[in-house]
Design a protein around this ligand. Structure first.
Ligand code: NCD
Ligand code: ZN
Ligand code: ZN
Ligand code: ZN
Length: 388
């Protein structure tokens, strides 16, 4: 199986990319194959690797499942995602993990699976090829937060991801420093947190921010109502500015969607659950920021592709490079269109960015050398990521 992407723009130059058996075989000019994609006028970027996605299967697959969520990913230029364990049942045992693996086989993009950390250290140690252990230090969807046994949990695996807010950020950083493991701080949202991370960062500590905190503030809560409720909540303009500053000075390592779909009926109820979808809007929001001069394109690629692969020990992804997996998005930087609830591929059928005009959209997505999205989804199977 071979495919050539013709005349795309890669790092400012016109290039062809020859793909053979799912890998980037050659980057050059006048490359040929029976199978051609015309990428004239399009940017060639590595597919995004989203380290923070909730897919609701098993337990709440009316909100999302591996097929619907992965189609949303492909449409959004996300070619791999790491899937959170706050399902029902949660992914807390090797048995639940292997059930989750079977469900995940439907995915049209590549995937990795987290386990949750609770009172289950022996189960974590039995597990094979997990993305990381997710520890919930604050209350959020799933009610999986833990207060005890934290030293044992932070020592249980080499990649620890946390939902930590406020003081829990400080405590997590101090705790991971007692181990040799990595700490991935999910969806950081305040200036105080960013400032503490900047001062205490070392080679073990990594910081994620999410698009809703970069592009919405607490002022949007008035109009969004339940649709603007998530954990951590939307913050002030000042907090938001500090996240952008953290992106510029490299305190922030990744942007992850925290794709957290909930049904419209639930979001319009008297006690809306926390979370917003993000897979289809992350890249358009960030590409629009590139177009507006707020974010250099190379920095964007680091945040959504290169750094996730480094932090999570994902080999052969995150770059357009000979020998690497052919996980690619083609972007039209001049395409201007509005985010529309009716265009959403996520089962939840809405976006907190509905109505927003954005310039710069992924228009084609290639996963393992196969065209998965080009305006419609072509049924394909992703693979489970093999962590190093
Ligand atoms: C997430 C969810 O719904 O699973 N919700 C959210 O508001 N972010 C859980 C989480 O990431 O905290
Ligand atoms: Zn969280
Ligand atoms: Zn989350
Ligand atoms: Zn097609």
């Amino acid at each position: 199986m071979s495919l050539v992407i013709k005349n795309g723009t890669l790092s400012g130059e016109k290039k062809d990319i020859l793909i053979v058996d799912g890998k980037i075989k050659e980057i050059g000019s006048q490359l040929v194959s029976d199978n051609e994609i015309d990428a004239s006028g399009l940017l060639i970027l590595p597919g995004a690797v989203d380290c923070h996605v909730h897919l609701r299967e098993p337990g709440h697959d009316y909100k999302e499942d591996f097929l619907s969520g992965s189609k949303a990913a492909a449409k959004g230029g996300v070619t791999s995602f790491l899937v959170m364990p706050n399902t029902d049942p949660p992914i807390d045992t090797v048995e639940h993990l292997s059930q989750e693996r079977k469900l995940a086989a439907k995915s049209v993009v590549n995937y990795g699976l987290y386990m949750v950390g609770m009172d289950n250290v022996p189960e974590i140690q039995k597990a094979k090829n997990i993305a990381g252990v997710k520890i919930y230090l604050d209350v959020t969807t799933g009610n999986l937060n833990v207060e005890e046994n934290l030293d044992a949990l932070f020592s249980s695996f080499k990649r620890i991801a946390v939902h930590a807010e406020g003081k829990h950020v400080d405590e997590s950083i101090l705790r991971i420093k007692k181990t040799k493991n990595r700490l991935y701080l999910c969806h950081i949202s305040t200036r105080d947190e960013i400032d503490f991370i900047r001062e205490n960062k070392n080679k073990q500590i990594f910081c994620e921010v999410s698009p809703h905190h970069l592009f919405l503030t607490s002022e949007d809560e008035e109009t969004l109502k339940g649709y603007g409720m998530m954990k951590p909540s939307l913050k002030t303009k000042e907090d938001q500015d500090s996240l952008w500053k953290g992106i510029a000075d490299r305190t922030v390592d990744t942007i992850g969607t925290d794709h957290a779909p909930h049904a419209k009926k639930e979001k319009e109820s008297n006690s809306p659950p926390w979370g917003v979808p993000g897979l289809e809007t992350m890249m358009p929001l960030l590409l629009d920021a590139v177009n507006k001069g707020r974010l250099p394109l190379q920095r964007l690629v680091e945040l959504v592709a290169e750094n996730p692969c480094k932090i999570f020990d994902i080999p052969n992804k995150g770059k357009i490079k000979e020998g690497y997996d052919a996980d690619i998005m083609l972007v039209d930087m001049g395409l201007e269109k509005k985010v529309k609830n009716s265009d959403m591929m996520t089962k939840c059928g809405w976006s907190p960015f509905d109505g927003k005009l954005l310039k710069g959209w992924p228009v084609m997505t290639i996963v393992n050398g196969h065209l998965v999205y080009d305006g419609t989804i072509h049924d394909m199977k992703g693979k489970e990521i093999e962590f190093r």
